[in-house]
Design a protein around this ligand. Structure first.
Ligand SMILES: Nc1nc2c(ncn2[C@@H]2O[C@H](COP(=O)(O)OP(=O)(O)OP(=O)(O)O)[C@@H](O)[C@H]2O)c(=O)[nH]1
Ligand SMILES: [Mg+2]
Length: 371
């Protein structure tokens, strides 16, 4: 279902800096409100508009309301298979064949942690914690180190395991940012469905106005799921979001999610454009945006740390969504991020299907890394 979300990125980074005024009113912009053409649940009827990818996505497209065939923990484990094979299974086999706990064992553990993209600081912390526990509890059986390691990992990720809780604000405004192709639009589609399933009304603001395909990508999703999409290609992203916010306020919408164009932190004018979007939202609704979410592609590995810092400096992040944990052995990236900059990890994505994005749970994640 999500394959159609991918659009042409050509020329995206060649955008000129936006110079339009920040003093916006709804009449300054000619944004289009896209009323859903199809009622909720008529997904097959419009399936001709886009190609569904192989795998779970297609199944989800046909039966988005149907309960997942496997539970979330099963999906999570399946999604983290590559990481588990590279890390958890290898740790288990290392500990299984080690005769004793010695320096060689610590070194091998260290290598495994680093190769799973857990990061240097976390690796150092985990090895130190393990050493301390071994000394304190006089552990001499290497097999016991697995539990020790799991607990130490948990102590890193538990503090960032804070699910997103919608407040009383109406609309609750969620601004989504990230580098090109990290999974913003796809995640927004999944999130809209997630909030809808909680009985919330959702509106989307397509503030990636540079590419026609980007607006269309969100619009297609909106049409299929009875979600209003406000957007216009070529417009000012801040103006689109402003207009969407006014519309959401007028209609009493519960959640407004703003999609933005992918950008690299080094593209300073585009980072400034994002800051402007945030400022304009705040002017229209003083406590908004209520959530500033960075989407990170787990495949990015350690570069994710630099992305977190840059976007946090620019926007003041309140949450993260880590996508594409499936298909990469870099599932340890979450640990690296949690240690480096403990911003709440709200959601994780383990596939392209609509049910493949869920709230992050530290314990489930650590279990899935090993078992
Ligand atoms: N396997 C997998 N693919 C994903 C996941 N999340 C997103 N994708 C895919 O990643 C690709 C990019 O997703 P988009 O949502 O278009 O990314 P984006 O950040 O909006 O991209 P730009 O707007 O171009 O910056 C698409 O093919 C998605 O289907 C995930 O959790 N797992
Ligand atoms: Mg996008």
């Amino acid at each position: 279902m999500w394959g159609f979300f991918k659009g042409d990125k050509k020329g995206k980074d060649e955008r000129p800096a936006d110079s339009s005024t920040e003093a916006l009113t709804s009449t300054d912009v000619e944004t289009q409100e896209v009323q859903p053409e199809a009622p909720a649940g008529t997904i097959e009827g419009s399936a001709g508009r886009a190609q569904a990818p192989a795998g779970t996505g297609q199944a989800s497209a046909k039966t988005p309301e149907a309960p997942a065939k496997t539970g979330w923990v099963g999906r999570l484990k399946a999604g983290l298979t590559a990481t588990r094979e590279k890390f958890g299974n290898q740790v288990s086999s290392l500990l299984g064949r080690a005769g004793r706990i010695d320096e060689e064992l610590y070194e091998e553990l260290e290598t495994l942690l680093l190769s799973a993209d857990v990061g240097v600081a976390s690796t150092e912390y985990l090895i130190n914690e393990t050493r301390k526990r071994v000394a304190k509890e006089r552990i001499d059986d290497p097999a016991r180190l697995k539990e020790v390691l799991k607990e130490a990992l948990l102590s890193i990720v538990e503090p960032v395991s804070h699910p997103l809780e919608l407040g009383m604000q109406r609309p609750y405004v969620l601004l989504v940012a990230g580098v090109n192709g990290c999974g913003k639009t796809t995640s927004i589609g999944k999130l809209a469905k997630f909030f809808q399933s909680q009985g919330k009304s959702v509106m989307l603001a397509a503030a990636d106005t540079f590419r026609a395909a980007a607006v269309e990508q969100l619009r297609t999703w909106g049409e299929r799921n009875n979600v209003q999409v406000i957007g216009q290609q070529g417009g000012d992203p801040a103006a689109v979001v402003f207009d969407a916010l006014q519309s959401a306020q007028a209609k009493g919408i519960d959640v407004l999610i703003a999609d933005t164009a992918g950008r690299l932190p080094t593209q300073l004018h585009l980072m400034e454009e994002l800051r402007k979007v945030k400022r304009v939202i705040s002017r229209a609704m003083p406590d908004a945006p209520h959530e500033v979410m960075l989407v990170l592609d787990a495949y990015t590995g350690q570069n994710a740390l630099a992305q977190v810092k840059a976007f946090d400096d620019a926007l003041g992040l309140t949450g993260l969504t880590v996508t594409k944990l499936d298909g990469t052995a870099r599932g340890g990236t979450i640990v690296a991020i949690a240690k480096y900059n403990p911003i709440a990890v709200r959601f994780i994505g383990v596939g392209e299907g609509i049910d493949d994005l869920r709230p992050f749970n530290a314990r489930d994640y650590v279990d899935a890394l090993f078992d």
